[in-house]
Ligand binder design. Sequence first.
Ligand code: FO1
Length: 316
Amino acid sequence: MIVALAGGVGGAKLVDGLARLLAPGELLAVINTGDDFEHLGLQVCPDLDTVMYTLAGLANTETGWGQAGESWHFMQALEGLGGETWFRLGDRDLATHVRRTQLLADGRTLSQVTRLLCDALGVRHRVVPMSDDSVRTVVDTSEGALPFQHYFVQRRCEPVLKGLHFGGAANAQPQSQWLGALRDPGLRAIVICPSNPYLSIEPMLAIPGIREAIQHAPAPVVAVSPIVGGQAIKGPAAKIMRELGYEPSALEVARHYAGLVDALVIDTADAGAAQAIAALGVHPLVTGTVMSTDAHREQLARDLLAFVDGRPRSRP
Ligand code: FO1
């Protein structure tokens, strides 16, 4: 079993690459829910939806969120009624939020709802939230504390980021399949996908018991750097790293994950950092990590699986 931790568009692409190589029973995609929020009375789960739409072949690859080929009648009509339209909800995407909100209101867990939505969209691989409990990322900025989507979308990440906290994480239980997989002797590897370490992966690690479960897992842990050549492929990772006082580089990502991972996959553009990364006790795996095509997604997944199968865990 491969357990892949992901959030956002970069993570979804690697999950897709892994899903193209692995049978549904061989992959568990665990998704960040810190970005979730209630909006217009709807429960919105952006990272779960990005992965689900990506695996269903419905994702809008230009924006990295929502569905391709959307219509926007709901947004236009809502604007005419004076409603909030800063968070763009396409007509098909809206159906997902309405259906999820209804199923949750009927008492189902987020895991059960996600499975029902995946089944309806023909997604056979397992996609689960990091927890069925509420965890909400709050961004401490120069303008005070902002709920994640207000920072990320409404303010377009402009306020200077001072810090992050994950409301509810301390009382959240890890999703049951995830915890079980981390303890399973048949675990093949844990993959930390090229998502924003601070925004998408940290909320998962903030859930009690998760860091320890990963550290004691009977399999190699490999992360993929979301920073290539000092830049994030998409999203505010580089800006956030600078505002947190870190230089946006693959080496800094290695420092961030050192102690938790056996290896870090870096792009050929960052091959010069390999020695310094190795000096941290993190094995550098240099390959192409920019996934512009489906073939790139599959190739990165293939390189990663070849690496993990050839290398037992080496962390202390
Ligand atoms: N991101 C934006 O920058 N603008 C939007 O209007 C927007 C709408 C949206 C609707 C549904 C959804 O699932 C995601 C949406 N996102 C939007 C992206 C979202 O903020 C991010 O995907 C994650 O929260 C960060 O990875």
